[in-house]
Design a protein around this ligand. Sequence first.
Ligand code: AMP
Length: 402
Amino acid sequence: MKILVINAGSSSLKYQLYDMTDESVLAKGLVERIGMDSSIVTHKPTGRPDVTEVSEILEHTTAIRKVLALLTDKENGVIESVDEIQAVGHRVVHGGEFFKESALVDAEAKSKIRQLFDLAPLHNPASMLGIKATEANMPGVPQVVVFDTAFHQTMPETAYLYAIPRVLYNKYKVRRYGMHGTSHDFVSKAAADFLGRPLEDLKIITCHIGNGASLTAVDGGKSVDTSMGMTPLEGLMMGTRSGDLDPAIVPYVMNKEELTVNEVNSMLNKHSGLLAISGISSDMREITEGMEKGDAHSKLAFDMYEYRLRKYIGSYAAALNGVDVIVFTAGVGENSVVLRKKVCENLTYLGVELDEELNAVRSGEPRRISSRNSKVEVLVVPTNEELVIARDTNRIVQSLNA
Ligand code: AMP
């Protein structure tokens, strides 16, 4: 079965075509600047040179038409005909309380995703554009939606409710939902596989630290707490997001600086985090470089980032009443040797002992970075959210045919 995985943003569309017989990626790519002056399409057929095109793509239906044309192109294509694509899987950020797992796209699923536009105003409308554009280009092909929030639906009330008037939950569903669920799910299962131990027996803290960052406490394979909240703003310090702060700062600053709701939202989501503290960049590579060259602001940004991450690991060890495995994943977690070293050096009270040589190894495979004597297994597990989407889509579509 060949499955197209689509991740639609408001002005972008990422895609990967999987052959599920061996879970190989036949091609992947990105359409950027949809609806703007000149859109850029980057198509990457596996094992062949990338193709970049600039063209006028005004909306998502045209973007998917372009993707299908590239996938079947005589020179740069990887399949003969669009008919070979038997299903499409979409990443959808917010599934609210409706979706505890991935689902087939039908009228009811679409209506629920629409009802969640308020909770994810930047993301869910874009996913809907992707779904509709797929319907227009590939009528009759089954589509599946895979949610960032679904894995966290196992959290207990104690973890997902905020200590604010209950009416806000009853009326507007204000609560913690968490994000990056496909990644936390994938790496916790991969960690158990790697260790050859039953997932049910393990207390795992998964650290998804990329441009956006979140931690999850996974008990016996189930998410019991996670650091992102109703939106991705809560929790760790991130590339451009503030993470946790005293909520009273928001009205105070709005008042002093005469900011609108949109302006304060933009400040906390786009102009905070590593970028704000370093004054240089939101990219951990540049922060590390700055720090190594002696830049005090970069060092402070790094230290704050590491300190907050370490505090969250400690609080999740408390939430789980112990920890067997800590997993690092995503851009920073998979690549930053120095951040992992600093975090682990400060977790000796949990019995964590890092093996510095193993920590310095680079590989695209799951690997152990803790020493033989460490009481906690510390792993680096490359995440693969697209593969989770392809697998879920495959499973749901196969069950239709069964
Ligand atoms: P992601 O959102 O998972 O794609 O992660 C993106 C982030 O990973 C970038 O913003 C970088 O800060 C970070 N990153 C990638 N490579 C490295 C590296 N070698 N060292 C430190 N950070 C890295």
